[in-house]
Design a protein. Structure first.
Length: 197
């Protein structure tokens, strides 16, 4: 197996939590009458046998619209044209993700995402557009792309471990911005509360 080649998104291994998430949706579907008891039983058995995220997507495809599916395994680019695009929840971030924002905003929420590699590249093309990254604790973000009259802000208030994942933002920003939103540290929150009292 070639370790340098990323595993296709659909072939990534599912976790027990992923299977439980699909099982919960199937339970809701049988409760409100979208599935019969027999259909529910067949799907639940198959869910617990499923090994990959791609296999799990088949069980909810006819129950929920695309934007509400529990997993997003498509590696499509995101384009915000005079509007906004958001990717959140449990989704697989490909090794290279193209993003375009033309007078719009693209928001990538990585808090529940699965990173296909430890080094992810977000290739941005932005004209008067914004990229907003919501990252979990321990993820480093570096903006290395070309920026003309643009800003990049990182909400980091503490040192990150060197062994953590890296999200590199490349590409071109013209009159655009990149904003990184990070979780607040508990001690910072309690320190602020102490100052107010």
């Amino acid at each position: 197996m070639d370790s340098d080649r990323p595993v296709p998104v659909r072939d990534m291994r599912a976790s027990d939590a992923d299977r439980e998430r699909v099982a919960e949706l199937l339970h809701e579907a049988v409760t409100d009458g979208r599935l019969t008891l027999e259909e529910h039983s067949e799907r639940i058995e198959a869910v617990y046998r499923a090994r990959t995220l791609g296999e799990l997507t088949a069980f909810t495809r006819d129950l929920l619209p695309a934007e509400q599916q529990p997993f997003k395994v498509d590696a499509q680019s995101l384009v915000a044209l005079f509007g906004s695009q958001r990717r959140e929840g449990r989704w697989v971030v490909p090794a290279k993700l193209p993003v375009a924002a033309l007078f719009g905003t693209v928001e990538l929420d990585l808090r529940q995402a699965i990173l296909q590699r430890r080094h992810i590249t977000v290739d941005v093309s932005a004209l008067c557009g914004r990229l907003r990254l919501i990252v979990p604790d321990g993820v480093e973000v570096r903006v290395t792309g070309r920026a003309v009259l643009s800003t990049a802000r990182d909400g980091r208030r503490y040192d990150l471990p060197e062994e953590g994942p890296l999200v590199e933002v490349t590409g071109t920003l013209l009159l655009g911005s990149v904003k990184v939103v990070r979780p607040k540290r508990p001690w910072l929150t309690s320190l602020r509360r102490g100052r107010r009292s």
